[in-house]
Design a protein around this ligand. Structure first.
Ligand code: ADP
Length: 804
């Protein structure tokens, strides 16, 4: 190569190439047609058979000038030349080396150039070797992907060690644009050339891979849709063959037939007809058609003029109510009265709406169901718990995706008649938010003036609800919106005493459990004692829902025994208290959880919650401070106020309690109602607060087997409260011996079953001082001195003990 460096520029005839680039070492045939080019070949033949080939920048130029050709080309050797009959020449040439144009002359006979041979510097051998290897590797991949390159080429390439030669041979086989190839030709330095080649090849492989992926994806997609089409066609053919399908016509025909046979208002019929017509012009598979079809189905399924005839026999109603429910004397009476009035006031919709209010599981739903049964009407229950959106009552407009009618229309469809009994369960659990107030929709539903033309957003037609009988249930009436409450006739369903639960269990729930679990052919015997254990040790509820669940659990476990052990029919199963652990697990409630010894500042109050009565402790402590008052335990507003009123009262009687009035400035008072997570409210803890405060400030202990309830005015008068039965029940269950109640509630005692009253000392009080006298342990050594104002009287004065 050093010899080549000293070489002078040489002169060659030039042949401009179109659309092809010749690299050194290449042997290719060329077809030459242009006159000047043929002249160049002839000149070369005279001159060592050598000539210079360079590519035109633009293939369409006929007579290129210096600017129309690239700077670097290849000096070649002519191996063979052949004149063809059409005056063109076929020439076989072999590339020798790269050369750069130095001088360019364009004579009319042809082009001449003076060129310099291009020289490359030696590269770093280690680096070169590395690049060569990767080039060989990548080229191998390329050959595998590109079907046009003969694989034998790989063999010949593997033996090449000269990097320059290798690059030139490979590049000649790549499919690249002319300017890209020229770029490689112009890369004189060998390492640069190899690098460029590597990049180009990698890019090319990437493109080929992407192309391949696209091709396969398109192919599988096409195959799939072809397959589906083919199968669908086949299915159609089969259906036609079986006579199931008459090109989709019968289905629509069937809808039309159903429409004609259906009793419905003309307006609704016309509307449905229109929708069926729309359906005809739609592709049955389209989403639109599904929406229309759904609407038509609703219209056809909804009962429009289908009424059951009422059975107005009161005797029949009474029999059914009695047969299906134990006790509930007042509820049954009120129900029958309601029915009687309904029969007399013939005019529909003029009566009020029944609302059964009481804790869960006391039989509200079940009584309503019996009522429907006695009337011979269908019964549907709509749960309103958690309903917060008006559209749940009234439905969604059909423009919504997945729109559906509201709960009322859905209930009518389920009932299948236009005059069912609809029970709105848990109306007090309904709430409202930004999506509209469901209560106002309910008002419209219940108002006899408006419900003749109730409109559901989905159905879009008026529906007459005036023949429907609505019944509601609620756990807590205070949560029912007032306008709704005004429309209702409220029947309170109180909780049951353990004895009543025993009777219900014995007479109804055990039988139901036997039936539900397929044990008719066996004799499942649960004794009264066992039942009472279940009631006391495993449940804590006003109703009997949990009891029913537990009895079902027992029956289910026995059923499992019967099946696994293949027990013969008629076998007797006696469930005794000792078996309960096996069936129901360990005892859940311990009834002896009241603190027995008198305590300072701790009083048993009685609360009434949505699920029944409950013992509610109130604690007060005083600590030296500066007159701060703290009230904790998640108390509602009314209860907080009642705490403040109680404190004012206690302060007002400070003198009589023997407390120095300045004591309050030097001490902080903390009132707490434990079980802080449950919200508590209501005024009926007034007496309890006063007693706890009085005890805390005087240090006189409170009897722990006493419980109390009553609202207090700040002048110390005890006002009546509600939920007496539940409260007394809770007290009894907690093992309380004495219960203090407002005198004004004394009249309610006659309605309380004897089994609650037995063993309970009931103390009615008019003034809160009497409460203190009964609750505080005035025989405590230091108390007589302090409580100068409280006249100590014998507890016997006010005792009202009920004999067994
Ligand atoms: P609620 O609607 O008040 O929550 P349910 O009507 O669902 O209560 O009553 C729960 C279960 O207890 C039902 O199986 C019901 O038949 C039964 N039940 C409740 N009270 C009585 C009763 N007095 N006599 C017979 N079964 C009753």
């Amino acid at each position: 190569m050093s010899e080549a460096k000293s070489e002078k520029a040489k002169k060659f005839p030039l042949l401009p190439l179109r659309d092809v680039i010749i690299f050194p070492h290449m042997v290719v045939p060329l077809f030459v047609g242009r006159e000047k080019s043929i002249a160049a070949l002839e000149e070369a033949a005279k001159n060592d058979n050598e000539l210079f080939l360079v590519t035109q920048k633009d293939a369409s130029v006929l007579n290129p000038d210096r600017d129309d050709i690239y700077d670097i080309g290849t000096v070649v050797n002519i191996i063979q030349m052949l004149r063809l009959p059409d005056n063109t020449v076929k020439v076989l040439i072999e590339g020798k080396y790269r050369a750069r144009i130095k001088n360019f002359t364009a004579a009319p006979s042809g082009y001449w150039v003076e060129v310099d041979k291009c020289q490359s510097k030696e590269g770093d051998p280690v680096q070169l070797e590395a690049v060569i290897r990767s080039i060989k590797n990548i080229f191998e991949q390329y050959v595998k992907l590109n079907k046009r390159i003969p694989p034998e080429l790989l063999m010949s390439i593997s033996s090449i060690t000269d990097p320059s030669r290798l690059a030139d041979i490979i590049v000649a086989h790549l499919s690249m644009k002319i300017h890209e190839k020229q770029e490689i030709l112009e890369a004189i330095e060998i390492d640069k050339r190899l690098q460029l080649l590597l990049e180009k090849m990698q890019g090319e492989i990437e493109i080929i891979n992407v192309e391949r992926r696209i091709r396969t994806r398109v192919k599988t997609q096409m195959e799939r849709s072809q397959k589906e089409y083919y199968l669908n066609e086949q299915m159609n053919a089969i259906q036609r063959e079986l006579g199931q399908k008459d090109d989709g016509k019968t289905e629509l025909q069937e809808l039309e037939d159903r429409l004609e046979a259906k009793k419905m208002p003309e307006e609704a019929r016309e509307r449905t007809r229109k929708e069926i017509r729309k359906l005809k012009s739609m592709s049955p598979m389209s989403a639109e058609a599904t929406v229309v079809r759904n609407y038509v189905d609703w219209m056809l399924a909804l009962p429009w003029f289908e009424y059951t005839v009422d059975d107005n026999s009161l005797k029949h109603a009474k029999d059914i109510l009695e047969e299906q429910h134990y006790g509930l004397k007042e509820v049954k009476e009120r129900m029958l009265e309601y029915l009687a009035v309904r029969t007399l006031v013939k005019e529909e919709g003029k009566g009020t709406i029944l609302c059964l209010a009481g804790p869960p599981g006391v039989g509200k739903t079940s009584v309503a169901h019996s009522l429907a049964e006695s009337l011979g009407r269908k019964f549907v229950r709509i749960s309103l718990g958690g309903v917060r959106d008006e559209s749940e009552i009234r439905g969604h407009r059909r423009t919504y995706v997945g729109a559906m009618p509201g709960k009322i229309i859905a209930a009518l469809k389920k009932a299948g008649t236009s005059n069912p009994v609809i029970l709105f369960d848990e109306i007090d659990k309904m709430s409202s938010d930004f999506r509209g107030d469901p209560a106002s929709a309910m008002l419209e539903v219940l108002d006899p003036e408006q419900n003749k033309c109730f409109s559901d957003h989905y159905i879009e037609l008026e529906y007459d609800l005036s023949k429907v009988m609505f019944i509601m249930t609620a756990n807590d009436l205070s949560n029912v919106p007032a306008p709704l409450r005004d429309r209702m006739e409220i029947i309170k369903v109180p909780g049951y005493t353990p004895n009543e639960k025993l009777q219900i269990g014995k007479g109804y729930l055990v039988k139901k459990a036997v039936k539900n679990n397929g044990l008719h052919d066996y004799d499942m015997n649960i004794s009264d004692v066992t039942l009472m254990h279940v009631i006391r040790d495993y449940t804590k509820e006003s109703g009997v829902r949990e009891l029913e669940r537990l009895l079902n659990t027992i029956a289910r476990k026995i059923a499992t025994e019967v099946v696994t052990e293949n027990i013969a029919k008629g076998e007797k199963f006696i469930v005794a208290p000792k078996h309960l652990k096996k069936y129901l697990g360990p005892q859940k409630y311990d009834r002896t959880d009241v603190e027995r010894d008198p305590q300072v500042g701790l009083v048993n109050g009685l609360a009434w919650t949505a699920v029944g009565g409950e013992l509610l402790n109130i604690e007060v402590v005083t600590v030296p401070g500066n007159g701060k008052i703290q009230i904790t335990g998640k108390l509602g507003e009314v209860m907080q106020e009642s705490a403040k009123a109680a404190l004012s009262y206690v302060r007002s009687i400070s003198g009589r309690l023997g407390i120095d009035p300045t004591w309050y400035d030097k001490n902080d008072i903390h009132i707490h109602v434990p079980e802080g997570a449950t919200p508590k409210d209501g005024p009926s803890a007034g007496v309890t607060m006063v007693t706890a405060l009085a005890s805390a400030v005087t240090g006189i202990k409170v009897f722990q087997d006493v419980a109390m309830t009553g609202e207090v005015t700040i002048r110390g008068r005890v006002l009546p409260i509600g939920g007496l039965k539940e409260k007394m029940l809770a007290a009894k269950q907690a093992g309380i011996k004495t219960i203090i109640i407002p005198s004004k509630n004394e009249k309610d005692l006659s309605e309380i079953p004897n089994d609650i009253k037995v063993g309970l000392k009931i103390v009615p009080c008019e003034m809160v001082e009497e409460v203190l006298r009964h609750a505080l342990n005035l025989s405590q050594p230091d108390s007589f001195m302090k409580v100068v104002g409280l006249k100590v009287v014998s507890n016997e004065d006010t005792k009202l003990e009920v004999a067994n």
